[in-house]
Write a protein that binds this ligand. Structure first.
Ligand SMILES: *Cc1c(COP(=O)(O)O)cnc(C)c1O
Length: 389
């Protein structure tokens, strides 16, 4: 029989299983095998698989209006932009279709701002091991060593410095620098928090030097770290924020938000055929309603504490390393244990977990994961570690 997967471009080593159905924290394949999902489409399924509020919103919107085109205002986009402004303290939003596209927009906005306000300054400070996406410019901004040899020549203008090193940032700034771009917690690097002291230092530095401070909250935004946006518990206000992953609860929508002082696009500078269409904006509105409902974030915190305590107990029992992270973006250092092998064994045992680094596991369950599901994940992981160690 011909391999049914060979008509797809092979861009990652994927298990030979076809998923057909999902519900909350569970994912099913075409033979009705079931997985407890603590990856959730790479932290995109804010409310788990197929949440009723999101499917209702897109069904209803699909009967009303799917896409009038980006040259016209539509009701869900207007409503969503206003809600994001009220919730974030930033003023204006441009909607995109992916995190990379939102970051690409942030890079363009910074270069435009430099042309208008900083004598054509165009360089952006980014960080070792940071991740910003897979378009050519966002791969160029990314600090993953594995990206270095790929698709050269890269887009120029990204000065990369060690994450957390304020002196290195200051030292790297010159007359051509226009912005600093970073994740408040480096997700793909293995859940490494910048920390409030570093973020506050960057804010002061940006103010002193007249630079834009741009936060990539594609992974950390929309409640993932226990507050709607990660910067809200770091005591800073950025000039530009990008969102993606969790914003649409699995539906592809992303956003570039900025303070009025940073908004400088003119007609024709930015756009996109599908951007801000009513269907995806309706999904995001449903997600925002759910995560801003009273008590929602308290439950995220409670599950976070349960998860962290459970992982710390496993770490102690099996002699592993540190547990890191905030909210429901949590990593466990696996010490001598091969985390990728553990994630593969977990897959075979009906558990989806992710290994962003050779010795780091990452957990990013639905934000409405239940207490029993967290317990079940910890039990499964404990059983796997027993066999591995
Ligand atoms: C996933 C991610 C991106 C890229 O988002 P896509 O939707 O995959 O383009 C960018 N930045 C961060 C921090 C991410 O985690």
């Amino acid at each position: 029989m011909q391999n049914p997967y060979s008509a797809l471009m092979q861009i990652a080593a994927r298990p030979e299983t076809t998923f057909v159905r999902g519900e909350g924290s569970y994912l099913y394949d075409d033979r009705d095998n079931v997985w407890l999902d603590f990856v959730q489409g790479w932290a995109v399924n804010t409310l788990g698989h197929c949440p009723g509020v999101v499917s209702d919103a897109i069904c209803a919107q699909s009967r009303r209006l799917i896409n009038p085109g980006p040259a016209f205002y539509n009701a869900p986009a207007v409503k969503l932009a206003n809600r994001l402004a009220a919730l974030s303290g930033l003023d204006q939003t441009f909607f995109a279709n992916s995190g990379a596209e939102a970051n690409e927009g942030a890079i363009k906005l910074a270069r435009k701002w430099g042309q208008k306000h900083r004598n054509g300054a165009w360089k952006i400070v980014t960080f070792h091991n940071g991740f910003h996406g897979r378009t050519l410019a966002t791969m160029s901004a990314t600090g993953k060593p594995a990206f270095e040899p790929l698709f050269n020549p890269k887009v120029p203008g990204f000065t990369k410095v060690p994450y957390g090193d304020l002196a290195a940032v200051e030292h790297s700034i010159d007359d051509e620098t226009v912005a600093i771009l970073l994740e408040p917690i480096q997700g793909e690097a293995g859940v490494i928090p910048a920390g409030s002291a570093f973020l506050q230092g960057l804010r002061q530095l940006a103010d002193r030097q007249g630079l834009l401070l741009m936060l990539d909250e594609v992974q950390t935004g929309i409640g993932r770290t226990g507050s709607l946006f990660c910067y809200q518990h770091q005591g800073i206000e950025p000039d530009v924020v990008t969102l993606g992953k969790g914003l649409g609860g699995g539906i592809p929508i992303a956003a570039l938000m900025a303070k009025t002082s940073a908004c400088c696009f003119e007609y024709g500078d930015q756009g996109g055929t599908f951007n801000g269409n009513p269907l995806v904006c309706a999904a995001a509105l449903a997600v925002l309603d759910a995560v801003t409902a009273p008590g929602f974030m308290d439950r995220v915190q409670a599950r976070s504490e349960q998860l962290v305590a459970g992982l710390e107990a496993l770490s102690l029992r099996f002699g592993l390393g540190k547990v890191r992270g905030e909210g429901l973006l949590v990593a466990l250092e696996t010490g001598a244990v091969d985390a990728a092998a553990l994630a593969r064994a977990a897959f075979d045992a009906g558990l989806l977990i992710n290994a962003p680094r050779p010795h780091t596991l990452r957990l990013m369950p639905a934000l409405n994961v239940s207490e029993a599901e967290v317990d079940r994940m910890l039990t499964l992981l404990g059983g796997l570690l027993e066999r591995q160690v």
